[in-house]
Design a protein around this ligand. Structure first.
Ligand code: NDP
Length: 609
């Protein structure tokens, strides 16, 4: 596809597009916002309560004590554990619901699952493990394998309790220990707790009338039922050969699995409410010579370079050089014109650049999709970062298959109704054998519901009461009133596209604090109320009063079109200067050794550092 610059779009055209974006947004807004979805609890709990991949191994409940309990064996827990091992910390125990490491990459095994961030930047600890990813963009099974590699290299398999969900963490102020209760009847005591259980792992079920009436098969993409479909992550789902399948949703997950289901099913209906922007992927095997050229420290540098390009910071070379990083064109053009790419002018010019980029995305629909009506329906009319951009070289072409049909549901706010035999859209019933829910995950519902662990700190205060007016942390990881407790998540840290790069500084810092506390034999480490407040003010200062995402088409980035009305949406709670600035801030915080903002207490101590 030829690269275009905004100079090819005249002002009238841009104004017409602006109007079109507004119209498309307005007709998608649903007054009930996030309430349109069903929670996976009560009769819907089965969508997450069972592990279709590994039978549960019976065991006796644990009543014991460890030093450091890490809740979650996904990247947050794994990387923190690895850093703790490197720092010489002892007495680590990881606890996870799944039967292996990997978190989201354990549970999500839908066909075609892949990471849309290049593997050399995404996969954590590549230098430490010496692993060379097979391709520029890794598939899910390679990513899950890498999680297991980290578990093995750092000796974490000896330290983990799988198939166990922590349901409560309660601080015992007398004993100076956390008491962790689980769904397996355990009562573990621990000096430190790291909560890294993920904030986006509760699937969303669409609250479509008649949802319970359907008599066929229904599953969510995060628990793919290969017993029903046959095949595996690579496709080949032979059992679908005589099945009519409906996929609801066209977000990043659907974009990846639709081509595989299209290949296998007798008939596939894709129910679309808002089209994704589907950019080129261009995956390629890793050139082993490329890895030979890399110097120690290359992965941090590469991640920083990627973040810089996305933030519009001029770089000498765009190391990642893919369809995420096309923004460099804008910065280069501005510099060639002698303009300084400061944030304000960058935002202004980026707005124009965005129209040009989205025109490329829309043109691609016309180029690939043979049926012009289908091509038109697949065109996204919104700014690029209103939704997470997607990248795939097979998705659009799948609609050229005779057995695949796109069903537009944008005029009725989604699928109208589900019946015992199928789905209704635009007044027409589509009879199907199976419904696949590619409807995503809760991103802005209350913290308690999403985290799923009751946390009671000093004086029995619930974490969720402490956060009733919005999340409160210092640096995203430490909370006043919750001694020896650390949170590793995606909120109140530096914004960036690469989640593993976003959490990297937090994993380092949390392990640094805990290792130091063990070394000094401290009874309690706790962030002060003042330090917590100061960080909240820093976050607020970088957050515009009216979110620019408010103008976006509804989705989880903007709390379904109500961006300003939420206290728990992660996109409204990020450190605006970005991931690199945040990780640098934490590195400096660690390096100066002052533990600013923390109170350390020994037994019979009055406090101080
Ligand atoms: P999303 O939330 O992105 O998409 C959900 C889809 O379901 C949307 O298309 C939504 O439409 C649609 N939908 C919801 N309700 C209805 C309804 N009633 N009728 C019709 N359609 C409906 O979920 P995904 O699982 O695709 O992605 C979740 C997260 O996982 C994202 O953060 C994504 O980036 C991430 N992910 C990352 C990958 C990676 O490579 N790193 C790969 C896959 C996922 P609408 O847009 O109109 O709301």
């Amino acid at each position: 596809m030829a690269e275009t610059s905004n100079s090819v779009l005249d002002n009238d055209y841009i104004e017409a597009l602006r109007e079109k974006y507004r119209e498309e947004r307005d007709r998608r807004i649903r007054p009930e916002g996030e309430e349109q979805y069903l929670a996976v609890s009560g009769k819907y709990a089965e969508f997450v309560d069972t592990d279709p991949f590994t039978p549960v191994t019976p065991r006796e409940p644990l009543h014991d004590e460890v030093e450091i309990a890490i809740v979650g064996g996904g990247w947050s827990g794994l990387v923190t554990a690895a850093r703790l091992v490197e720092a010489g910390a002892t007495g680590i125990r990881l606890i996870d619901d799944a039967a292996d490491f990997g978190g989201t990459w354990y549970w999500n095994r839908y066909p075609g699952i892949q990471c849309d961030i290049e593997s050399y930047s995404y996969l954590p600890l590549l230098e430490e493990t010496g692993y060379i990813p097979k391709e520029k963009y890794s598939y899910g099974s390679e990513i899950a394998e890498h999680a297991r590699r980290i578990g093995e290299l750092y000796g974490l398999y000896d330290k983990v309790v799988f198939q166990t969900r922590v349901i409560e963490c309660r601080w015992d102020d007398k004993a100076k220990r956390w008491i962790l209760r689980t769904n397996r009847g355990d009562e573990m005591r621990s000096r430190f707790v790291v909560l890294g259980s993920g904030l986006a792992s509760r699937p969303k079920l669409p609250g479509i009338p008649g949802f319970d009436d359907f008599e066929g098969k229904v599953f969510h993409t995060c628990r793919w039922d290969y017993d029903y479909t046959g095949g595996d992550v690579n496709g080949g789902m032979a059992k679908l050969a005589d099945k009519r399948v409906a996929i609801i949703g066209t977000g990043a997950t659907a974009i990846q699995c639709v081509p595989f289901v299209g290949e296998s099913a007798e008939k596939l209906y894709v129910f679309q409410r808002t089209p994704s922007s589907v950019d080129l992927r261009g995956n390629a095997p890793t050139d082993p010579d490329f890895f030979k050229t890399l110097e120690p420290g290359w992965q941090d540098k590469r991640r920083e370079n990627f973040n810089n390009v996305l933030m519009g910071v001029p770089v000498e070379e765009d190391l990642v050089n893919d369809r995420w990083t096309v923004r460099r064109r804008l910065v280069e053009r501005m510099m060639a014109q002698g303009k300084v790419p400061d944030m304000q002018s960058l935002m202004r010019e980026a707005d124009l650049e965005d129209f040009a980029h989205m025109e490329e995305i829309r043109r691609r629909c016309d180029e690939v999709v043979e049926n012009p009506e289908t091509a038109e329906l697949l065109k996204p009319y919104y700014q690029r970062f209103c939704k997470r951009p997607t990248f795939n070289d097979q998705y659009l072409a799948t609609f050229n298959r005779p057995n695949v049909e796109l069903v537009d549901t944008s005029w009725s706010h989604g699928v109208e109704r589900i019946t015992k035999n199928g789905l209704v859209a635009n007044g027409k019933e589509y009879e199907v054998d199976c419904i696949v829910l590619a409807t995503g995950f809760e991103m802005s519902t209350g913290f308690k519901r999403r985290i799923g662990v009751e946390v009671a700190g000093r004086g029995g205060v619930s974490l969720y009461d402490h956060w009733s007016e919005g999340m409160r942390t210092m640096h995203g990881h430490s909370i006043h009133g919750f001694p020896n407790f650390f949170f590793v998540g995606l909120s109140q840290i530096g914004v960036g596209p690469n989640f593993t790069s976003m959490i990297d500084g937090v994993c380092h810092t949390v392990s640094h604090i805990i290792a130091e506390a063990q070394k000094r034999d401290l009874e309690e480490v706790e962030v002060t109320a003042e330090a917590e407040q100061a960080w909240i003010e820093t976050i607020r200062a970088g957050t515009p009063a009216v979110s620019p995402l408010e103008q976006c088409t509804p989705g989880y980035f903007n709390n379904e079109g109500q961006a300003s009305k939420t206290v728990s949406n992660y996109t409204s709670m990020l450190y605006a200067p970005g991931c690199n600035a945040f990780n640098a801030l934490l590195a400096e915080w660690r390096a100066n050794g002052e533990f600013a903002g923390f109170q350390f207490r020994r037994s019979n101590d009055q406090g101080g550092q």
